[in-house]
Design a protein around this ligand. Sequence first.
Ligand SMILES: Cc1cc2nc3c(=O)[nH]c(=O)nc-3n(C[C@H](O)[C@H](O)[C@H](O)COP(=O)(O)OP(=O)(O)OC[C@H]3O[C@@H](n4cnc5c(N)ncnc54)[C@H](O)[C@@H]3O)c2cc1C
Length: 465
Amino acid sequence: MTERTTIQMPGFRGVVITPEHHEYDGARAVWNGTVDRRPRVIARCRGTADVAAAVRFARARDLEIAVRGGGHNVAGTAVCDDGIVIDLSAMRAVSVDPVERTALVQGGALWGDVDHETQAHGLATTGGIVGHTGVGGLSLGGGIGWLMRKHGLTVDNLVEAEVVTAEGEIVRASTDDHPDLFWALRGGGGNFGVVSTFRFALHPVGPTVMAGPVFWAAEDTTDVLRFYRGFVTDAPDELGNVIRLGTIPPLPMVNEDLHFRPSIAVASCYAGPVDDGERAVRGLRQFGTPLVDLVGPTRYGDHQSGLDDTVPHGWHYYWKATNLAGLSDEVIDIVAEHAYDATSPRSYAAMFHMGGAVARVPREATAYPGRDVEHNIVIDAAWLPEQDDTVGAADTAWARTFLDALQSHRAGVYVNFLDSDDDTSRVREAYGDDTYRRLAEVKAKYDPDNVFHNNKNIQPGTLAQ
Ligand SMILES: Cc1cc2nc3c(=O)[nH]c(=O)nc-3n(C[C@H](O)[C@H](O)[C@H](O)COP(=O)(O)OP(=O)(O)OC[C@H]3O[C@@H](n4cnc5c(N)ncnc54)[C@H](O)[C@@H]3O)c2cc1C
């Protein structure tokens, strides 16, 4: 049954969802279950023309606009109160050109969609490490993942984008077409328009790769991190590593007696031949006394979705994040001291090893400025909606205290890991003054009225300002 709606949107052929529609509550829910916003209308687009029609409709009525890709942003910027959500969740098509080695990806696709289609050709591009994360928001903020040290950030693989501007016009952005817009899209987030289609460069990956996590007891954290510091310094670009500090998730491949045991894990993925990968991770696997070692030849697509169930839609989340210039003894001690103080067994911290191809792109080439960062830590408080409020309050405080302890070691922050409220003022920190100023100029050209402001907002500006 589809309810009739009184809203007529000229030129729009998608689904218009208003509060009385039976899908309204599902359509306004995002990944972070703490977000509870009530838009006046959700315009579920079928294609680029619908996106343009929705933007024009909103502009004509001066409606607040939010843009929804995968709905994963922890701050819930994909939805707004009392305005319109331009919802791309029905635009998830991915089309691969195996000869050119590119993929055309619609703006509402998830990384699981991209991996599924590209891996059918033995190809991949750098995407997020959780399959249900949206391509839209992740790509526009930079895009870090297992393949970045070998193949660059997601934005380094962006070849062109189709964009609906604040005027409702459809333009192309690439190095030849609207190059200023193309620069800004590669890190500047959803500030410049709605990207209806991305075209990404692809690379041969897998389908079988050497990948998986090794877990050690939490008491071994300092030793593991000191070893890891040297291990990653010598690591080849093919090797992507992410540390996870928290408890062992109750995954089916882990013995039940280890579920929720405090632990440090290093998860790896080698983007090259399996034998080379085996050699690259051997030292790590032989270090100390692991509780469990799940590294082995794995299908890349399975590795990409391996964490999906550990961070499902609808739980309550609160994040704090920072880049780290390096892993000094002091940083290691702070991490070891705070990592296991969370109340919820679902809370954790994740630390991405950067460098490699990411660091070889000149800082000014894109709007992603954190090229020289070595590690990027995100502290994720996660608890169940039915849990007592005190758990959320305790772990929100845990995340803040953990970040505060790292204060003197901070080296900027990845914009896509910023939360709402107390992180709003950190947008400038994320970009640094030079990049922010340049983004503000592009914003003034493409969205002078700041129509797209439900995001990590760049204020329109001029050079003089
Ligand atoms: C579980 C989890 C794992 C993650 N892992 C990674 C990771 O491995 N690597 C990484 O880099 N990041 C990761 N992130 C962070 C992720 O990059 C951000 O949450 C990002 O905002 C998600 O994009 P989305 O489209 O799903 O979000 P949404 O909430 O839908 O969108 C966020 C914002 O992006 C903009 N936007 C989205 N789509 C479009 C579009 N098509 N056109 C214009 N603007 C758009 C809008 O401004 C919107 O407000 C992860 C997040 C989560 C929750």
